[in-house]
Design a protein around this ligand. Structure first.
Ligand code: FEO
Length: 164
């Protein structure tokens, strides 16, 4: 049985994962508006991954005899200055999520909830990947520079991303 403290914290994380999906969908909409449809696709796939993350937390709560509760999702940012600004935002957001996952691990340790600690390991590894992939795109876009023609190559490349 899951403790009330972990159940509440995991339900908050479901909300944070769905908010992440919402941010990436908003980023996708912005990128479509500036004709970077490959990057927009990358963001759509990213958003789907976030919904999958929320589902993993929900499944864990149910498996442990807890109750899943969905809360209101905040409005995401709507506008960015450039593709670089978008991916910098994505990188910063992933760093924030990493902090949240680490705090959940702290709670699971405090609560002596070993099953949740094992469950959270997947997310700790996933966050390493999430930060690295956003950071790699930021570095590429910085190399190209604002208004560089290479942005269309990056756009084409990112458009090849498939759902996992
Ligand atoms: Fe669910 Fe991008 O971390």
């Amino acid at each position: 049985m899951i403790s009330k403290k972990i159940e509440d914290a995991f339900n908050d994380q479901i909300n944070a994962e769905l908010y992440s999906a919402y941010i990436y969908m908003a980023m996708s909409a912005y990128l479509e508006s500036v004709d970077l449809s490959g990057m927009a696709r990358w963001m759509t796939v990213q958003a789907q991954e976030e919904v999958d993350h929320a589902k993993k937390f929900a499944d864990h709560i149910v498996e442990r005899g807890g109750r899943v509760r969905y809360k209101a999702i905040d409005c995401p940012q709507e506008e960015w200055k450039s593709a670089l600004d978008v991916f910098k935002g994505a990188y910063d957001h992933e760093r924030y999520v990493t902090g949240r996952i680490n705090s959940l691990m702290d709670i699971a340790i405090e609560e002596k909830d070993y099953a949740s600690q094992v469950f959270l390991h997947w997310f700790i590894e996933e966050q390493v990947e999430e930060e690295a992939s956003a950071d790699a795109i930021v570095k590429k876009l910085e190399m190209i520079g604002e208004g560089g023609r290479g942005i269309y190559m990056v756009d084409k490349d990112l458009g090849k991303r498939e759902a996992d």
